[in-house]
Design a protein around this ligand. Structure first.
Ligand SMILES: *Cc1c(COP(=O)(O)O)cnc(C)c1O
Length: 488
């Protein structure tokens, strides 16, 4: 399987690349992204073959069908990372919460957010590739709270890769911050930045484009890669759990094999939703993918009106910070898939120049064949959290945005899978506040929740509060480069 570029080829880069090249150097011509030339088939035969498969068996077979240039033994080792999930034989449990509403819990890994699903195996593969080519890579991430811990966790102590994470000081939950600053490994660096997530992200961008930083890296023989969902190495693992969740629905007799379902995805950078879209396109029986947003509802407008317009918008901070995004990167891969490289380049350039674009009526209908969308604000989210907590099921604020989609966008009684992207323990202060307890901090909220709602706090969360802090650096944006040079 070869990979091509969403904005076409510039005549300088190779027209087609292997998977390994696409993940080590994820930026394509004209600022575009890499996408596979085609997808393996997920038809009824494939689904029936895997009706009794362990998650890792399903995943390995899918990856082999994808025909990527990664040795089968390395793929197997990468998938063994799921052995550290709560229940290795089924890393993603499915829970029924309404008659036709089933929650697929994607957060049972090391950092309690769904980022582990893709980053765990991805990190292993990337480090192996770097070793086999005898190259050294630097991964830099600006994080609003979930990508950072998951990126550190997958790369810590892995050869030939260094990781630096920048987080906005005061912009993450206590648990998310502790997950980063207690990470103890020589190849990781965590820097708190004075400012909000936007400041953090833009200072990372300017650092990465500064010539003397590039010169430094070159002098030290270090190459740059990326671990955000712009990297197809993450997306490939995000197709698999949609297939697995469908099979779980069949295994638990919630649907018959071949029956359509809805997928409901709390979306930010659209990696999770894109995985669902690729699964549907490959043949998984999905009626539509319902996109849930918070008040930063750019995706709702895009899917309902065909308008992507950020010219008059400012980012609003919400209780679901991982969805606080205006430029959602993976939308571009859907544009490419539906409308081709020329049109994608045109639309993305329009977005860069005018901060907006509009799809034609035909393009919008094509988009709406696969997607529908709605959003909820923080207050609606808290009502959802309180309602389900009182019935014995605790949702995090990201997952909570999905219930409105379930109630208002479903056209009939077709069953739905809601993807739960984080455990409540990462956002315990918001959850306790929804239950009318204003906690002093996360530790207080976790303690109160476990007493009042008999909710379990896993060891990897409760232990954070006793671990040594290893990273104490907090800097102004202008001093990030200096800190990075010290680390390198
Ligand atoms: C990253 C994240 C999201 C958004 O996922 P995308 O793939 O970027 O759309 C939603 N919820 C949580 C908890 C996350 O960490």
């Amino acid at each position: 399987m070869k990979f091509i570029e969403t904005r076409g080829n510039d005549g300088i880069k190779d027209k087609k690349v292997n998977f390994s090249d696409a993940i080590l150097s994820p930026s394509a011509s004209f600022g575009g992204l890499y996408v596979p030339e085609s997808l393996p088939s997920v038809n009824l035969d494939f689904l029936k073959k895997h009706i009794n498969s362990h998650y890792k068996e399903l995943a390995l077979d899918f990856l082999i069908e994808f025909d990527i240039d990664i040795d089968e033994n390395i793929l197997k080792e990468a998938l063994n990372r799921y052995d550290d999930f709560d229940v290795p034989s089924n890393p993603i449990p499915l829970k029924k919460i309404e008659d036709e509403c089933f929650v697929s819990e994607l957060y049972h890994g090391q950092t309690r957010a769904f980022k582990d699903m893709a980053l765990q195996p991805f990190g292993y593969i990337l480090s192996k590739l770097a070793q086999s080519r005898d190259e050294n890579y630097l991964i830099m991430a600006a994080t609003s709270g979930d990508t950072g811990p998951a990126t550190l966790e997958t790369f810590k102590n892995q050869p030939n890769v260094k990781v630096a994470c920048l987080y906005p000081e005061g912009g993450t939950s206590d648990v998310q911050r502790l997950q980063m600053v207690t990470e103890d490994a020589d190849n990781v660096k965590v820097i708190g930045v004075k400012g909000n997530f936007d400041d953090t992200q833009s200072s990372l961008k300017s650092l990465l484009s500064s010539q003397d930083f590039k010169n430094e890296l070159e002098a030290k023989n270090i190459k740059l890669s990326a671990a955000n969902s712009v990297n197809f190495g993450r997306i490939i693992f995000q197709i698999i759990y949609h297939i697995h969740s469908y099979l779980e629905m069949v295994r638990e007799n919630n649907i018959k094999m071949g029956e359509d379902i809805y997928l409901i995805v709390p979306s930010g950078n659209f990696g999770n939703a894109l995985g669902g879209y690729y699964a549907k396109k490959a043949g998984l029986p999905v009626k539509k993918i319902l996109i849930a947003s918070n008040i930063n509802n750019i995706l709702t407008d895009w899917i309902n009106q065909g308008e992507y317009d950020i010219s008059n918008r400012e980012l609003t901070l919400t209780d679901s910070p991982a969805m606080d995004i205006l430029k959602s990167s993976n939308v571009e891969r859907v544009l490419f898939d539906k409308f081709g490289a020329n049109r994608t380049k045109e639309l993305m350039e329009e977005l860069d120049t005018n901060n907006k674009y509009k799809l034609t009526d035909n393009e919008l209908s094509s988009l709406r064949e696969d997607f529908d969308a709605c959003y909820s604000d923080d207050n609606e989210g808290k009502i959802v959290i309180a309602h389900y907590a009182k019935n014995g099921y605790i949702l995090d604020p990201h997952t909570a945005t999905c219930l409105k989609a379930y109630n208002s966008l479903r056209k009939d009684k077709t069953p739905a899978i809601v993807y739960s992207t984080a455990e409540w323990t990462k956002f315990s202060s918001t959850v306790s506040s929804a239950l009318e307890y204003e906690a002093d901090d996360d530790l207080d909220a976790l303690t109160w929740m476990s007493k009042s709602y008999d909710a379990t706090v896993p060891d990897m969360i409760s232990n954070l509060f006793n671990k040594d802090i290893k990273h104490t650096v907090i800097v102004e944006t202008k001093s990030i480069k200096e800190e990075m040079l010290k680390f390198l």
